[in-house]
Design a protein around this ligand. Structure first.
Ligand code: ADP
Ligand code: MG
Length: 704
């Protein structure tokens, strides 16, 4: 299909997992639509479609035909208005709901009492048409849904229950039918409640987005909506205000709280030259900030977008659940038919139909996933989909990058060793000028060393970064290369090099026109929380931990030895990918933790790629499946724990539903379980499952 365009359409009224499937189904059937993804929490549909064939009215009609709505003027930038005038419905709805609940509960007690022989014939004295009216009044929203689905030849979970209710009506037990209807409604409310809670986890995040900015325009400060701030404009941030954009501090000093992005509320000091992120809070001091990104393009904006879209990466277990539902309903219908044919008992048949429907089964998995993703995002752990939680829970190999990941990524040049008669200052000048435009932490270290010596950098005529090796630049007509041993034209050794490597230092060879001009030795500090974090990961049963680095053998060996992990050194980025593949070929689920540009391909190749310190490095965040928004290794074992807890909940839900329904079905089929108790029995696991899943919304307390 030529010329596909991505359309984002808000959809209202989806409360359940089935709803998502209905909307997806309705939209996928439209001409010109290539793919559809519907999001329950962010309440939208994202279509890839041919704009020549699809129109908004057609989309709206399809969504409305499925029983949902497209709001008129989709204005996503505005927060919902808090002070809207209360309408009559705002009063009548809770009153009606309360009345329904009380009435349903009383009815249930009466019918159950009649069945147990405690009361006699209370409901039988009510004329049949009153009973019918009660059933219809209570059940019309459910019946409407069922009829709508039936017209489209779809069987939904409430279809069977409605047939059960109908069967009870036909044999004159209106009260039983009413109780069935009552529990269907209870199920709906439970689903809606849980969906709302999961949605809130995302909305809480969105609510942290800044709304307005003070911009300096024509010499004065004016307040404008953030959407109107232009790139390059200067914004002013006062104490107690949110930083409205991503940018660089031009002047001023402040302590800011970046918890919205990093999950860490310990304030940090910023001053001229610092990078600041939208949605962080200035506490003390004012700032003038030059705008580098606004709205959705900010780090915060992208985090929200990724959390919203996490639903698209569904876990396999969820697909199994979806498929299971598709087979389950026909099987139940079959059992009901058999019960009727063999036992000629309409009530037992009704009981089978009613007990079988554990409606929340389909919702339980996505809710569990969303709950964990939402809870994770609040703590600085960005999880891009349930799929990755699932894989993380069973991962058994952890690969880690060294520079910037295990180490602070703030190396310092400790030794400057000129060779071949070059002056020490010239060596630094050459190296730092060649590194002028590199973003590698080592380049920063070289520039810093030059700065401390008061050296002025030269302007390179050309510059090239060679990932995993170093840089190459032209200075005054000479080719200057700075980097690892790999950059050397031939095998060169030098006694000084061996001594420095044995000290665990990273060597940067400086080469001028193919000849070694000297060596710089950098030392980087290991992140203090790493040993503890690795110990926790090991305790979780992941024993295969390997350090992958582009650095030299001795430095790697020294660090790996200290951490008690295996290592491979002198790796190019593509060799890291090959190692990931090698483990995958052996059937391992591989987690890779890395940072920076050169790790992005390996992060993408891993089953779960975790990007370290994601606030800042765009490439790694895009490539990774999980991103740690602050540079804190404690989040790594935390991610494993969240994943395992989520999968435990999901599996408990599935196992429990299966066993419970099996027992319920058997009892109903042999006539031990009357429809009235069947209705109550089917709603119990629903509530249990939803409660079990939404438990995950509470953040996990870090193990000490
Ligand atoms: P790691 O795999 O440990 O994260 P990298 O892949 O980033 O390390 O880099 C591997 C090696 O390549 C470094 O140890 C260094 O020797 C060299 N190198 C990479 N980039 C640069 C650079 N900009 N300047 C100097 N050396 C570099
Ligand atoms: Mg690195």
């Amino acid at each position: 299909m030529a010329n596909l365009q991505t359309l984002e359409i808000p959809v209202k009224g989806m409360d359940c997992a089935e709803c998502v499937l209905h909307v997806e189904h309705a939209l996928a059937g439209l001409p010109g639509v290539d793919s559809v993804q519907v999001y329950l929490t962010s309440e939208k549909a994202v279509l890839k479609a041919d704009p020549a064939q699809i129109t908004l009215p057609a989309i709206r009609k399809a969504v409305e035909g499925a029983g949902y709505s497209v709001p008129d003027a989709p204005d996503l930038s505005q927060p919902p208005k808090g002070n809207a005038v209360a309408t009559l419905a705002d009063f009548t709805r809770p009153v009606l709901t309360l009345f329904g609940v009380v009435f349903g509960a009383v009815l249930f007690i009466v019918v159950a009492g009649e069945w147990l022989g405690l009361f006699e014939q209370i409901t039988e004295r009510v004329p049949w048409y009153v009973g019918l009216a009660i059933v219809l009044a209570g059940g019309y929203p459910v019946f409407l849904n069922v009829i709508r689905a039936t017209l489209k030849r779809q069987v939904i979970s409430h279809t069977l229950m409605s047939i059960g209710a109908l069967a009870a009506l036909v044999v004159g037990q209106w009260a039983t039918a009413a109780v069935v209807v009552f529990f269907m409604r209870v199920g709906n409310y439970a689903e809606r409640f849980t969906t709302e809670r999961a949605r809130r986890a995302v909305k809480d995040l969105t609510a942290m987005a800044p709304q307005t900015a003070r911009v300096e325009r024509e010499g004065t400060e004016i307040e404008v909506p953030v959407a109107e701030v232009r790139l390059g404009e200067t914004v002013v941030v006062r104490p107690g205000e949110k930083v409205p954009v991503d940018g660089e501090v031009l002047s001023g000093q402040a302590t800011i709280d970046q918890a919205a992005i990093t999950g860490e509320s310990m304030p940090v000091e910023v001053a001229a030259g610092s990078r600041v992120y939208a949605a962080s809070l200035a506490q003390l001091g004012s700032l003038r900030v030059r705008t580098k990104a606004t709205g959705r393009d900010t780090t915060f904006g992208r985090v929200i977008q990724m959390v919203e879209e996490a639903e698209a990466h569904r876990a396999d277990v969820q697909r199994v659940a979806d498929k299971f539902s598709a087979y389950y309903l026909p099987v139940v219908a079959g059992i009901a038919a058999l019960t009727f044919l063999l036992r000629r008992d309409p009530l037992a048949t009704a009981a089978v139909l009613v007990v079988a429907c554990s409606c929340s089964f389909a919702l339980a998995t996505p809710i569990a996933m969303l709950a964990s993703i939402g809870a994770g995002a609040k703590r600085g752990l960005l999880i891009k989909g349930g799929k990755y939680l699932e894989t993380l829970a069973r991962a058994d190999v952890l690969l880690v990058d060294k520079t910037g990941t295990l180490t602070l990524g703030q190396p310092e040049i400790k030794d400057v060793v000129p060779l071949d008669g070059v002056a020490k200052e010239d060596l630094l000048t050459l190296a730092a000028s060649a590194e002028r435009y590199s973003e590698h932490p080592l380049a920063e270290a070289v520039r810093e060393a030059a700065r401390q010596q008061g050296i002025r950098l030269l302007q390179p005529e050309s510059f090239e970064a060679i990932p995993g090796q170093g840089v190459s630049a032209k200075l005054d007509g000479n080719t200057i290369q700075v980097g690892s041993r790999r950059m050397l034209p031939e095998r060169v050794t030098h006694p000084a090099a061996e001594t420095l490597e044995a000290q665990g230092k990273t060597l940067l060879w400086v080469i001028r026109d193919g000849k070694v001009a000297g060596i710089l030795a950098a030392a980087d500090t290991i992140r203090p929380e790493v040993p503890q974090a690795l110990a926790e990961v090991r305790k979780l049963g992941i024993h295969q931990i390997e350090l992958l680095t582009g650095d030299n053998e001795r430095t790697a060996a020294e660090l790996a030895g200290r951490l008690g992990v295996s290592y491979r050194a002198n790796l190019l980025p593509e060799q890291k990918i090959a190692i990931v593949k090698e483990y995958q070929a052996q059937g391992h689920a591989v987690v890779m933790v890395g940072d920076g540009v050169n790790d992005a391909p390996a992060l993408a190749q891993a089953d779960v790629g975790i990007a370290m310190g994601a606030a800042g490095s765009d490439v790694a965040v895009e490539a990774a499946h999980l991103a740690l928004m602050r540079e804190d290794w404690r989040l790594v074992p935390e991610a494993f724990r969240i994943a395992r807890r989520t999968m435990r909940v999901v599996k408990t839900n599935i196992a429990f539903t299966a066993v419970y329904n099996l027992i319920g079905l058997s009892l109903a089929a042999v006539g031990i379980l009357p429809p009235i108790l069947a209705a109550a029995a089917q709603s119990l696991p629903d509530i249990g499952i939803l409660a079990n899943s939404s438990r995950l919304l509470k953040p996990l307390v870090s193990a000490k």
